[in-house]
Ligand binder design. Structure first.
Ligand SMILES: [Zn+2]
Length: 146
């Protein structure tokens, strides 16, 4: 089980994808644990309520399975700045209601860290600016095929 320490350095910079992004502060090898998505652990019902709250800018709830989400809005760490990409260089593993972000490939120093958010295809469509040649045009996962 990985723990909450941060073995690889990350830095925050303005991102061409969206707002501030999270960048590798040093080379990170494929498979390495990078950072935990930290925040407040909340139940699904509360997560839906917060995602619908118009006072909030951006979505900082990260689902850890179907019943729980981590809300990084107030108590989050740098992981909440990791942007979505349709061809991400990181993946996340959910274990014991925690979200652990790992390198999906070798990442060079200065490269922006990205994950595939795979928002529900049934939810509101959020357009994607990841710039990948394989961009699907929306952050929602493809699912209903239109
Ligand atoms: Zn995209």
């Amino acid at each position: 089980m990985a723990h909450a320490e941060i073995p690889y350095r990350v830095v925050l910079k303005i991102s061409p994808i969206h707002g501030k992004g999270c960048y590798a502060g040093e080379p990170i090898p494929a498979g390495a644990f990078i950072i935990e998505y930290s925040g407040e652990l909340i139940a699904a019902e509360e997560a839906y309520r917060r995602e619908a709250d118009p006072e909030r800018t951006g979505i900082y709830t990260f689902w850890a399975g179907d019943d729980w989400a981590i809300d990084g809005y107030r108590e989050g760490n740098d992981a909440r700045f990791i942007n979505h990409s349709c061809t991400p260089n990181c993946d996340y593993r959910i274990a014991d209601r925690r979200v652990l972000i790992h390198a999906a490939q070798d990442i060079a120093e200065g490269e922006e860290l990205t994950i595939d958010y795979s928002f529900s295809p049934e939810g509101e469509r959020i357009s994607c600016c990841c710039g990948s040649p394989d961009c699907r045009g929306q952050i929602n996962s493809a699912g209903d095929g239109d």
